[in-house]
Design a protein around this ligand. Sequence first.
Ligand SMILES: Cc1ncc(COP(=O)(O)O)c(C=O)c1O
Length: 464
Amino acid sequence: MYFQLYQHIKKDIIRGKLTAKTRLPSIRSLSSHLHISRNTVESAYHKLIDEGYVQSKPRSGLYVIELELDKLPLPYPNKRKPLEVSKQVVATNPKIQYDFRYGDVDNEHFPLATWRKLSNQCSQPEHVELFSYGDSQGEHGLRVEIAKYLYDSRGVNCSADQIIIGAGIQYLLSLLSALMSTDSNSIAMEEPGYDVVRKVFRHNGFQINPIPLEKDGLNIQNLYESKSSIVYITPSHQFPYGMVMPIAKRMQLLKWAADHDGIIIEDDYDSEFRYVGKPIPSLQSLDTNNHTVYLGTFSKCLLPSLRIAYMILPPKLLELYKKQGYRLYDQTVSWFHQKTLELFMRNGHWEAHIRKMRKVYHRKQSQLIEKIKELMGEQVTIIGQNAGLHILLRVHNGMIEEELIRAAADHGVKVYAVSPFWEKQSQAEASMIQIGFGGLSSEDIVTGIQSLYRAWFYPSNTNH
Ligand SMILES: Cc1ncc(COP(=O)(O)O)c(C=O)c1O
């Protein structure tokens, strides 16, 4: 955050919005104005001083220095030519104070010191693997740890040999698509469902068969009527609606797979964060006929930047993976990260981290829900609050999705569209918004929702 602030002020100086000799606001006033800590402002100011953009005058404050613009490095070649505002810039728009982005994770509780220590251990010269490409399927030791963890936590039955590690679900699903292409050329997906995955399948030549959702997940009758013999599904926390598929329906789905000699792709992306009720065993654990491909990720419960996900292949697909030469594809996750994660899991840090994060996220989610209920009451419907790192809000104020997003942005809050999750856009809910809360502090969640309330129910007042 300090870096964003530094960049923002730096840009204003370079573009001439902040002219020479302008006095910057005091640390105290800027931190309270932006609702950020004084340390953050102080760090940004220090960097500006270090790089010669501002100078400190004792007992007076910080002042912008006269710049020789033609000596400045790119990307600001001309003071008078404003840069085009790219999407990226909008995403980090300093006007946005509260970004309810789904996908961000908590940055306060990650055990960085432990991670660094374990990572250092991996760079000792006795690790001969350091000097080679490593196992193309993923490090065996890590796969053993993943298999143990999944057996204990989700009942997943597999050997390390069935696990393929890869840099994210998109990569793994591309690989899987290649393996499945002889089985069928269409894939059934929940409607609405995860748009990113839909794209990946489509890029790999599959047609998508959207299957409507019921209260308890995918409509099995519609699945039977579709021509697909492959289904991608998020049974433990439907994305984006959040319902959990009950055991009876899981059994029906497994029967469908047995009837069609089909494939179920079970994406268990955030089952660690279940706040209400007992977890239901994974589909893979109930499947006695080996029709299920199980997918998991470390993006939610550890770090998305690690880019570590895994896929568990049933024997038939594993055989194809080996026979068709996919082991020639080198591993996409660095050996360092894999090895560090292996040690992290083996030494018990992983279990401890999940327990801690479940509490952290449950607390954040409760604060979010409480604030929404307190301020917005019946004027919104909250959807999907039993698990995960996001909720959906159906807003009953007459605004449609686009207007809700714009009004929020005018009040410094970024919220996200849900309509892209529908394959059939015309059927998307008109006034629904996605709110991710993993990456925000509790304080920001509360103040962010206050701003959102003003944005949606008193939109003429744009004071944050
Ligand atoms: C439904 C779903 N599956 C899987 C993932 C994880 O993807 P990755 O492992 O590529 O980070 C996400 C991430 O947002 C998700 O929403």
